[in-house]
Design a binder for this molecule. Structure first.
Ligand code: CU
Length: 285
C-alpha cells in the first residue's frame, strides 16, 4: 500500500489543521493610547492560532503605533526603529526585522487603525511596543499567547512584562507591598520652587542608579548614571515619593508630571556641564 502510506502524513496534517481551525477563535482587542505613553490595556490574552483584530485608537496628542514582536525582542526592535533616523517617518517607524510580527501605521492624534493577524502557534509572551523614536523604552505591553485564557496571566502587580509603573499602580490599588496601607498620593510629592531639586530614588524605566532632577520652570529629567544618559524628560510636577518612602522599598517613586521626551541622550565624554559652558561661551559676542 505505498500510495496510502504517502497520503497518511497529508491526511494527518489535514486533520490537525481541521482541529486547530476548529479551536481558533476570532478575537477583537480594543486598544487605546492613554496620555503618559501608555497602552490601555497593557496586556491581553489570546490562544495560539486565534484570528486577532487589534483596533488601536490614538487618544493622545502624540504620534503612536503598535508593533507586535517576538518574545524578548522589544528593545532590539525599539533600538532599530531609532536607528532608522530620517527614514523612520516613511516606514511608520517600523524597522525591517524578522522579529517584527505585525504592525500598524503610525497614527496621528485622534486616528484609529485596525490590524488583523493570526496569533503565533507557539505559546509565549509577545511584547507590543510603540516604535516612535524613544517611546519603545516606556510604551509597551504584552500579548499572552496561552491556552489558559486571561486567567493564565500572572497578577498585574507582579507582571514584569508590563511597564513597571502599571504594575506598581496595580500593587498599590490592591494593597500589595505596603501591608495593605497606602499613604495618600502626594504626601511626599517633591516640590520644585526657585532652585533645582535633585532626588536619588527608584523610578520606572531607568536604571536603579538614577537621579531625578527637577528644574525651576517645571521641566524635569532623570539621569541614569549607569548608561550616563538622560532617560526621559517630563513637565509639570516633579516626583512623588509617597509609595517609595511610606512602603518597604518595594514600590517605586512616580513621575508626577507628564512625559514628553523618552529618548536616551548620551552625555558627551567631556561632560554635559563642560559642553554647555563651551556652548554658552561661543554664543557671547
Ligand atoms: Cu508612541
Amino acid at each position: 500500500m505505498p500510495l496510502l502510506k504517502s497520503f497518511t502524513p497529508l491526511l494527518l496534517l489535514a486533520l490537525v489543521g481541521l482541529a486547530s481551525s476548529a479551536t481558533a477563535a476570532e478575537v477583537t482587542v480594543n486598544l487605546s493610547v492613554a496620555t503618559g505613553l501608555k497602552y490601555d490595556p497593557s496586556r491581553f490574552a489570546v490562544a495560539p492560532g486565534d484570528s486577532v483584530t487589534v483596533v488601536l485608537h490614538n487618544g493622545d496628542d502624540m504620534i503612536h503605533n503598535f508593533v507586535l514582536v517576538q518574545p524578548g525582542e522589544r528593545l532590539k526592535v525599539a533600538q532599530a526603529a531609532l536607528a532608522l533616523g530620517a527614514d523612520g517617518p516613511g516606514r511608520n517607524f517600523v524597522p525591517d526585522l524578522p522579529e517584527v510580527l505585525a504592525s500598524t501605521r503610525a497614527l496621528n492624534p485622534g486616528e484609529t487603525a485596525t490590524l488583523k493577524f493570526t496569533a503565533p502557534a507557539e505559546t509565549g509572551i509577545y511584547p507590543y511596543v510603540c516604535t516612535f523614536p524613544g517611546h519603545g523604552f516606556v510604551m509597551f505591553g504584552a500579548m499572552y499567547v496561552t491556552r489558559g485564557g486571561a486567567a493564565a496571566m500572572p497578577p498585574l502587580a507582579t507582571d514584569h512584562n508590563v511597564p513597571p509603573e502599571i504594575a506598581a499602580a496595580a500593587a498599590a490599588a490592591g494593597g500589595g507591598g505596603n501591608g495593605g496601607k497606602r499613604a495618600g498620593p502626594g504626601k511626599w510629592l517633591l516640590k520644585v520652587t526657585d532652585r533645582p531639586v535633585v532626588c536619588r530614588t527608584f523610578l520606572p524605566d531607568t536604571g536603579p542608579a538614577s537621579i531625578a532632577v527637577g528644574l525651576p520652570g517645571g521641566q524635569n529629567y532623570v539621569f541614569d548614571t549607569v548608561t550616563c544618559s538622560i532617560r526621559y524628560v517630563w513637565k509639570g510636577a516633579f516626583v512623588d515619593n509617597t509609595d517609595q518612602w511610606e512602603g518597604k522599598g518595594d514600590l517605586w517613586s512616580k513621575v508626577a508630571g507628564r512625559l514628553w521626551l523618552c529618548r536616551l541622550f548620551r552625555i558627551p565624554q567631556q561632560g554635559l556641564v563642560e559642553a554647555l559652558q563651551i556652548r554658552a561661551r561661543n554664543r557671547k559676542p
